[in-house]
Design a protein around this ligand. Structure first.
Ligand SMILES: Nc1ncnc2c1ncn2[C@@H]1O[C@H](COP(=O)(O)OP(=O)(O)O)[C@@H](O)[C@H]1O
Ligand SMILES: [Mg+2]
Length: 259
């Protein structure tokens, strides 16, 4: 799918450093309307920093990040809240509240953020749980009573609860066995399609990237060094991409040794 004239998300020449450590070094990336873009890259390459910059949790020192054409770097609190309503997010660790029931976790943003009445939010929560294959009984349990795969499903139900225009997935399959990972990938594809949402995901799991991406972008040393349709990645003829997708120790990518 090609990007529409006004992208849903556009990062232009984004720079972010911590002290003297440069993490994002002129990063460019576009997510079109209804498009699913997956950013791949090794650990410590800046994937989470990129995502946090889009979410406004980190502020780049240079560059531009636009959502629906609106600059979001440096937004004030009320504008930030308005933009955040477009977003749904599946966090890496699940990030569920243990003190709340499963359905209350799913309904959390509807009640707290959108000020929806509790009964209506509850109905939506159970609807979303069904969409990710969880029964009503599961909705009444606590997150600690669930397996890792079920917790991911709950996280996904929460991410889609408010029918967001844009969904972010941070390492959605990390910590899952390959079969459960595939189940989650399929659910992600189904849910994104049903919502007609745009999606931006970050992962180091190539199987997941191949499954959920329309387009893949590879990050290395704070830049996108390759970007193309998922079908093109095997013929990318980029030595960094080649090394990464085949998981080779030998190649241009050198593991950074911490000093
Ligand atoms: N808040 C922070 N303060 C200092 N360094 C950070 C911070 N967040 C991330 N980093 C550093 O930025 C680099 C990229 O991190 P991250 O984006 O989390 O990598 P990943 O690609 O694995 O998600 C790492 O070297 C990390 O230590
Ligand atoms: Mg990360």
């Amino acid at each position: 799918m090609s990007a529409s004239p006004e992208p849903k998300i556009q990062l232009m020449d984004v720079h972010k450093r911590f002290g003297h450590k440069v993490v994002l070094d002129g990063l460019n990336l576009t997510v079109g309307k209804g498009e699913s873009v997956v950013v791949i890259g090794g650990s410590g390459t800046g994937k989470s920093v990129m995502l946090k910059s889009v979410l406004g949790l980190l502020t780049p020192e240079k560059g531009s990040i636009k959502v629906d054409g609106e600059e979001v770097i440096g937004l004030g609190l009320s504008d930030r809240e308005r933009v955040m309503k477009k977003f749904g997010m599946l966090f890496q660790g699940g990030a569920l509240f243990d003190s709340l029931k499963v359905w209350e976790n799913v309904a959390f943003g509807l009640i707290q953020g959108l000020k929806m009445d509790r009964a209506k939010a509850r109905d939506i929560a159970f609807e979303k749980l069904a969409q990710v294959g969880l029964t009503a009984e599961v909705g009444e349990l606590g997150p600690a009573e669930l397996s890792g795969g079920m917790q991911k499903r709950v996280g996904l139900a929460r991410a889609i609860a408010a029918s967001p225009e844009i969904i972010f997935f941070d390492e959605p399959t990390t910590g899952l066995d390959p079969i459960m990972a595939d189940v989650i990938n399929n659910l992600i594809v189904k849910c994104v399609k049903e919502l007609g949402a745009s999606a931006l995901s970050i992962t180091h799991d190539m199987a997941s990237a191949r499954k959920i991406a329309d387009r893949i972008a590879m990050i290395y040393k704070g830049k996108i060094i390759w970007d193309g349709p998922v079908a093109d990645i095997d013929k990318a003829e980029n030595p960094y991409v080649d090394q990464f997708i085949h998981g080779r120790a030998e190649g241009p990518i050198k593991m950074e040794v911490k000093v």
